[in-house]
Write a protein that binds this ligand. Sequence first.
Ligand SMILES: NC(=O)c1ccc[n+]([C@@H]2O[C@H](COP(=O)([O-])OP(=O)(O)OC[C@H]3O[C@@H](n4cnc5c(N)ncnc54)[C@H](OP(=O)(O)O)[C@@H]3O)[C@@H](O)[C@H]2O)c1
Length: 326
Amino acid sequence: MENQQAKKIRWGIIGPGRIAVKFAQDLAKVSNCELYGVASRNPEDAIGFARKYNAKVAFNTFEELAKSNEIDAVYIATPHSFHKEHSVLCLQNKKAVLCEKPFAMNAIEVQEMIDAAKENNMLLMEGMWTRFLPHFKYAFDLINTKKYVNIHKLEVDFGFFTPYDLENRVFTKNVGGGSLLDIGVYNIFTALISLGIPNTIEANADFFENGADATCNMVFKYDTLDAFLTCTLTADTATEAIFTCENAIVKINGRFNEPSSVTEIIDGKVETTQFPIDNFGFYFEIEHFNELFRKGKKESDVLPLNLSLDLIETLDKVRNLIGLEY
Ligand SMILES: NC(=O)c1ccc[n+]([C@@H]2O[C@H](COP(=O)([O-])OP(=O)(O)OC[C@H]3O[C@@H](n4cnc5c(N)ncnc54)[C@H](OP(=O)(O)O)[C@@H]3O)[C@@H](O)[C@H]2O)c1
């Protein structure tokens, strides 16, 4: 049997779009792995991407990539509505899968992905890269180690303005476009890993003319506190996560989901910690995934599949409350 510890992990990418460009550049910085192949709907795009980011092979189809014996792990970076199909294709062909957020369109699809991973005994993880970023880990260490006790309030906003354009995936409803699945997923993730599943949820939304959600406001109600979560595609907002605790305020500065900094405010004293890095931030989830792969793990202990299921089930609940159907 091949020595997994020493093995150079050969990655494939399905969906060579905007985010795959950053992922490929970070992958090149992680030791003992390589970008082996890429597949697109359009073989010409795959050839161009492979040339630019030094992949050995541009596959003609997703199936060819999934069936290749030269590939160990696949990063799925297609629009949300294809995540399940592409993940299951790879899992059934015995590939480890790192699939972008949101993991899929709904909990039924995520459960199918998990079932496929279990049936094929393959590693599967959601590409919730934020969980692995140094500033985010630092903030959660502060919260989870109880340095700052009793969270009284959590406020998370995520907003950016981009002109309404039906050519842009972000607004395209039938591929899961809209604020909730694209960016609100980070707000909900932050609430779940700090406070758990809420007792009840209140939510309202505004919609674009095509029915995709433009803005979604949520209140997650817990026993002793509320979490206020907002996401919007109509305005640039601070995009911060602010924990008001009994003895401090911990602020994950904007954009909180990307490499950033953390500010702690204690008795009016403000201290900001920077986390300089020389990559886009995908480096850290890739390192983690590679380590899981080498150890023969089938899921992450940091980002377990039941957390991804909790996340998509919560997204489903919010969609139900705001009447958003795909
Ligand atoms: N982690 C992050 O920070 C982050 C940031 C942005 C996006 N994302 C996630 O990454 C995913 C992709 O986002 P993106 O902004 O990179 O999207 P994108 O550039 O619009 O699309 C990604 C690629 O998907 C392929 N694609 C588009 N429509 C398709 C279809 N109908 N069938 C099969 N493939 C199709 C396209 O490749 P071809 O045309 O070459 O086939 C495209 O290049 C989304 O799920 C998003 O949530 C994550």
